[in-house]
Design a protein around this ligand. Structure first.
Ligand SMILES: NC(=O)c1ccc[n+]([C@@H]2O[C@H](COP(=O)([O-])OP(=O)(O)OC[C@H]3O[C@@H](n4cnc5c(N)ncnc54)[C@H](O)[C@@H]3O)[C@@H](O)[C@H]2O)c1
Length: 431
């Protein structure tokens, strides 16, 4: 099949590379010239494990190409995937301007029947809107299908290639059977629903996972006050198959390019339809307050933070990615700056220049390329992201590298007994 993909970000590029791997002829389109230039030179513009190799293999085999020029060949395909960003607007509403722009481009350029597959996370009604926009320009036959994406950054290829379910939203039998054929290699359930239901499934899934995170964080906060251990609580809770152990890990909260914006988005979708989704408001509030616990815990260890220096390990919103959109680590640095604390930072994959340009820090941040050098002159080490290399860190080396042997672990990656044995003053979440 011939497939073009609009939006060559985390979702679009992974989708493109995986579909090319399955033997399809893929063209990835993006308005970002710099991104397309890099991809055409064989470089993946962001970090995602195994993606560069997959792109390279399929590029060499001629199964994937990249362009920022949306000429005829881009629309002369069997499928057009939409995978552009749907960021939060100023008031938490979903900004659909990128999706609308793609719909207009499609409408203006379509010459024959195609199936338009929307992978971007969009409010209920967007599929219909896309169909309407295209129909204003193109009077021929076409289908619009909602096919939300559930991949996780850091594990995106595996998630795409071995999905737990594929959701196909359409009322058209023809579109459904074409999509079934496209995904015939996958053995997971294909959930066939209306376009509106498919759009809602994505928001409901992300909001539910965010709920689990905020719930266990509140349990952790209570555990601290009553002398219980949240790690044991969540382990035992997770053994109950009705609950499950995923997303039940206490910490500083959820961040990233999806959960915060999708929870806000769903809250706003509900408001727009005259429904006050009270639970989501609490989830957002709990999450926005949780990250401050690491600053409070640092104060417990060193007293007044003014003039002190902390080291933050981990800047990405989760391990195995360089994505720092709505990363809690960035927020935590800002909280330390408010306390007039100086900050050192280390991350295994972050693009420090990009963070410096976009994060709008009020104070200085010194970035390091070695995790132990980053500890120099620091009074506290704060773990913000649970990268594997932090889990395996040499505790003795942490102790001698810090000025004061204090560790605040925002992700509960260390065993308190081992930290104590290593001579480190250690505070974590809910233990
Ligand atoms: N990142 C994830 O883990 C993830 C997972 C599931 C779903 N999603 C959803 O998928 C969508 C894309 O997310 P992402 O993280 O890949 O975004 P991204 O920001 O990494 O990529 C979006 C890309 O779209 C490009 N773009 C914007 N307008 C365009 C246009 N008119 N034509 C062509 N390209 C255009 C941008 O330049 C950018 O490269 C969002 O709706 C997101 O919520 C993301």
């Amino acid at each position: 099949m011939k497939i073009s993909i609009f939006g060559t970000g985390y979702v679009g590029l992974v989708t493109g590379a995986c579909l090319a791997r399955l033997g399809h002829d893929v063209i990835c389109c993006d308005t970002n010239k710099e991104k397309i230039k890099k991809l055409s030179e064989g470089q993946v513009p962001f970090f995602e494990p195994r993606l560069e190799k997959l792109v390279e293999e399929n590029f060499s085999a001629g199964r994937i190409n990249f362009t920022n020029i949306f000429s005829e060949n881009v629309f002369d395909v069997d499928f057009i995937f939409i995978a552009v960003g749907t960021p939060s607007g100023e008031n938490g509403e979903v900004d659909l301007s990128y999706v609308k722009r793609v719909a207009e481009d499609i409408g203006r350029n379509l010459k024959h029947f195609v199936v338009i597959v929307n992978k971007s996370t969009v409010p209920v009604g967007t599929g219909k809107m896309v169909r309407q926009i295209i129909g204003e320009y193109y009077k021929g036959d076409f289908e619009v299908v909602s096919n939300p994406e559930f991949l996780r950054e850091g594990n995106a290829i595996e998630d795409f290639m071995k999905p737990e379910r594929i959701v196909v939203g359409t009322d058209s039998e023809r579109a459904k059977s074409i999509l079934k054929e496209l995904y015939s290699e996958f053995s997971c359930p294909l959930v066939s629903v209306s376009i509106e239901t498919a759009e809602m499934i994505k928001y409901a899934s992300n909001a539910f996972l965010a709920t689990k995170v905020s719930f266990i964080n509140e349990i952790a906060n209570v555990c601290e006050r009553v002398g219980a251990d949240v790690e044991d609580v969540s382990y035992a809770m997770g053994l109950d198959s009705r609950i499950g152990n995923k997303f039940l890990k206490a910490g500083i909260g959820y961040g990233g390019s999806c959960f915060p914006k999708d929870v806000r988005g769903l809250k706003n979708i509900a408001i727009e339809h005259d429904y006050d989704f009270q639970l989501l408001k609490s989830i957002i509030k709990v999450n926005s307050e949780q990250k401050a616990v690491v600053v409070e815990k640092s104060k417990k260890l060193v007293g007044d933070l003014s003039g002190k220096r902390v080291c933050i390990w981990g800047l990405s919103f989760k391990p195995d990615t360089d994505d720092f959109r709505e990363s809690l680590a960035v927020d935590i640095i800002k909280l330390f700056h408010k306390e007039k604390t100086q900050v050192n930072a280390y991350d295994p994959a972050a693009n420090y220049d990009r963070i410096r340009e976009t994060a709008d820090f009020a104070g200085a941040v010194e970035f390091f390329s070695d995790q132990y050098e980053a500890l120099q002159d620091c009074d506290v080490l704060v773990i913000a992201t649970e990268w594997n290399e932090f889990k395996k860190a040499d505790l003795g080396k942490i102790k001698v590298s810090l000025s004061e042997p204090n560790v605040v672990d925002g992700r509960n990656i260390y065993d308190p007994a081992l930290m104590s044995e290593a001579g480190l003053n250690y505070l974590s979440i809910g233990r």
